[in-house]
Design a protein around this ligand. Structure first.
Ligand SMILES: Cc1ncc(COP(=O)(O)O)c(C=O)c1O
Length: 285
């Protein structure tokens, strides 16, 4: 296809609000085509896309004809019906997904990673309302982890820079320390994973276990620095969750769907989550 670059650039500057971008003196790059792992800009220059669509999203690459054909065929068959009713793709997809996640049983579909995490928070809170008389509704999140862009997920955001201008936040969210081995205050010790995980317990005891219903973590902190927790960390996190009756939510929005070499990031560790959230790679954008 041919494009009028000058016109598109002018229209972009006039009408498009780009995220995480300083718009003063901004000359937008415009990408027009993707094929496999290569992306081509409006001048015809091709690049290797080492960032899967900029934000770890296009996990199986660009221009996958089999996906395009399947989506087109389904849109002709039945493009939408609210999920209070069953439909064939949802049923088949859920079965396939669950096969990759031993120990899990059901899939709830939503529209983004932020919304998936909001759902997980709502599940924790609903259990608190129904089973604990309105207690155990609090959520613990880890410093340096990111869970989305909504006010709810920013309330559970461990990255100060991403939330600083958007308060006030939702109540009932509490931070516990990160798992950055490189800058660990515990130094290099054989039980580092256990020591780091026990920091979660300290926060639980400060807030009060009766207030708390869930813990959310990225299996490996992604945008916050690519932090892989040390051996023993998640086993201890699981033990602490069981001790205090907390659901363990693994946010696989980045790590999931093969990005770390297994189907899900948590599967590198000896841990069984209660809820797993995902987005990005699950539909490859
Ligand atoms: C770990 C993690 N969780 C959740 C999200 C939010 O996903 P979405 O942008 O689909 O709302 C992101 C987005 O970058 C993420 O990195």
């Amino acid at each position: 296809m041919t494009y009028d670059k000058a016109e598109l650039v002018a229209l972009d500057k006039k009408h498009v609000w780009h995220h995480l971008t300083q718009h003063k003196n901004f000359e937008p790059a415009i990408y027009v085509k993707g094929e496999g792992m290569r992306i081509t800009d409006i001048d015809g220059k091709t690049y290797i896309d080492a960032v899967s669509g900029g934000v770890w999203t296009v996990n199986v690459g660009y221009g996958r004809k089999e996906i395009v054909d399947a989506v087109a065929a389904q849109m002709m068959e039945l493009c939408y019906f609210a999920n209070g009713i069953g439909n064939v793709p949802t049923i088949e997809f859920s079965k396939k997904l669950i096969e990759k996640m031993p120990g899990m049983s059901r899939v709830y579909l939503s529209n983004s990673g932020s919304e998936a995490n909001e759902k997980a928070f709502k599940i924790v809170r609903q259990i608190g309302q129904l089973k604990h008389g309105g207690k155990k509704t609090g959520i613990l999140y880890r410093a340096r982890d990111y869970h989305g862009t909504t006010i709810g997920t920013l309330s559970a955001c461990g990255q100060f820079e991403r939330k600083v201008q958007y308060g006030p936040f939702a109540p009932g969210f509490y931070e516990f320390p990160d798992c950055d081995v490189y800058r660990s205050k515990f130094g290099d010790c054989p039980d580092l994973g256990v020591k780091m995980a026990k920091q979660l317990e300290e926060v639980i005891l400060t807030v009060g276990p009766d207030e708390l219903g869930g813990v959310i973590v990225e299996p490996m902190t992604a945008g916050g620095g690519i932090l892989v927790p040390p051996a023993g960390y998640y086993e201890t996190i699981r033990e602490i969750c069981d001790k205090y009756g907390l659901l363990l939510i693994m946010d696989e929005v980045v790590c999931g769907l093969g990005r770390t070499g297994k189907w899900f990031g948590y599967q590198h560790f000896n841990v069984q989550p209660d809820i797993v959230t995902m987005a990005k790679g699950v539909a490859s954008g």
